[in-house]
Design a protein around this ligand. Sequence first.
Ligand code: DGJ
Length: 750
Amino acid sequence: MNGIKKMLLPLALLAGTVATAAPVTSAEGNSRTIDIHTDRLSLVFAAAPGSVLTQCHFGARIDNSAPLAVSGTGVPAYPTAEGFDFRNPALRVTHADGDPNTELRYVSHTSKQLADGNVTETAIRLNDRCQALDVELIFTAYARENVITTHALIHNREKGAVELRDFYSSALSLRAGKYLLTHLYGAWAREAQVEHSLLDHGSKSIESSRGVRTTHTEQPAFLLTLDSDSFNEEYGEVIAGALAWSGNFRLNFEVDESDRLTVLAGANPAGSEYTLRPGETFRTPEMIYTYSNQGAGGASRNLHDWARRYGVYRNTHTVPTLLNSWEGAYFDFDFKTLAGMIDDAAAMGLEMFVLDDGWFGNKYPRNSSGAGLGDWQVNVRKLPEGIDSIASYAHARGLKFGIWIEPEMVNPKSELAERHPDWIVRMPGREAPLSRNQWLLDLTNPAVQDFVFEVFDQTMQLSKKIDYIKWDANRNACNAGSAYLPAAEQTRFWFDYTQGFYRVLERIRAKFPDVLIQACASGGGRVEYGALRYFDEVWTSDNTEALSRARIQYGTSLFYPASVMGAHVSAVPNHQTGNRTPLKFRLDMACAGRLGMELQPRQMDDAERAFARKAIDSYKGYREIVLQGDLYRIGTPYDRSGCYAVLYVSKDKQRAVLFTYCLQYQGRTLRPKFRLRGLDPQTNYRIRELNVEKPRFGFDGGTFSGSLLAEAGIEPALSKLYDSGVFLLEAADSEQPIRTAPTGSRSGLR
Ligand code: DGJ
């Protein structure tokens, strides 16, 4: 892990004072600009000592920002409850003496380059006019990725405790004629559904108060298209934001009487009052912003680039293609079952076997979701041979080995619950409701943090051949309370739980820097950049049905790169939706992410297995483009056309892979037209269809210029429901004649 990622890591409560340093650009009584920029993005503040810090610009890069300091167009950069600023405040506290007002004034700022010369950190120091409260706004600018991340440090120098009531990570002000908000909503097995709405006057909030597993219903991420009421992949100004926080969050969008939009983003303050003791500093979660004038596609690509380089635990290790045991065996397996699955996975060319839930618990065997959670000893009835023998079996067949844990949770029917009733999240005196027959463990308690670390550590000791851990979390926090926290500090639970989670992950990563870890939370309940600082990938949804997946993967791709998106082929009829889709369609969908399978291969016939083997083999040949390349979405899976495509282009534009899908029958006479943006217009590309026995389209094997493919496009005749096509494009030396589509062929190139 590189140094910069480390800087993003601990959201610790820091003791000591916020350092003050001599201002580098401000002169007494003189308003100057503080210019934070990347290659194509500027964030400009105006500052004068003793005055309110104002934000004057966020958007395309501007070169001489100095006039903005005197233009008077800025608005308070970090609004507090003061004076005539009646917007929702970013910071609202009750001071030690009961004073509910805060008037932050600029003190100084400093900038420094970090690590690799691509990253600059600017710290702006403010303090209250009357009370000994300091705030430091930290901005980290990533030049090439055009991303600026930000958080606040709130330091209490008062004589008594300060109550933090609202404590957002950032307040971003924008001024445009229209604001089109795009965000994700959903539920278990229906995550990442996309919704667009024009913001009107007043406030709209996107939030979670579920404590744990916070991203099923809402994502802490958004796109804002400016001055337009339609979403566009290629054109227009788009701002993207994403919060790196695994706990409760809130994004508040407020359009005021001057048509100005203020976006507040941070940990959800609802019910989370935080007592900041004298001398303590509170650090807010990190908020990530980017800007593009190339539509939503440009904003997503910026985020993907940033994520792969700085935001995800690491991008040097690709998670291998895998077979997961869950939907193929559930709780019902023994060594023979697993060995058979491993043999079949190896025969299909998969690279890892993951043993999911069900391998542990003896007094209360884990034979269903009703018992055993918390008792992390190998179940000797199911697996007398132990985990090492399965891991060794997999390794002997050339497969890596992964195993499932859910260390934050406990079944009432478990030895752990019998031993440690005080570790369960519940308000003393109230009942803790069960969800999936389980309770949540209290990660605010250091003893529980030790336990969770030990679960991971001891699981890793079960075999030296464990390469991957699937970390699950299958419930939210309800009736929250902690036997560990003092009565007056119960509202800290919501913040301290997540801090405790990160503390454990810090320890795990210090001891196990190389093991691959997936963040799963009943599917996509932990898809966010706070968790991704420690995890290599996420499980996007328990719904593996390929038609549903089109929308789930599309929504996820707005903010997260394909390299973190686990995508599995499962059996038909699908266990969640009951739908039946062709194996090719399922494979073609899963190949657009990190490919895996989640079924009993014995239930596939020989032809299916042979087909899967070929598709997996092709995937290995082009996955680098999917996982590390630039994504160009072509249309959306919501389009009336019923067809949708995604194109991944390698960074050097020498190779690309195009996935095309028909999601809905729309008449045989209609054929979709996909314009392949993102290729090099001057380069000639040879097109080859993959995942088929024989080429189906007239253009297959032909060579076409990037400009032709972008402007005239490609028209594969995908008109039947679940038709799909995967095409590899490779730079060819010279242009070959364009082949016309044979009469009656399925397709042509127009
Ligand atoms: C929920 C996960 O999302 C599934 O993939 C599976 O691991 C089950 N939990 C196991 O209980």
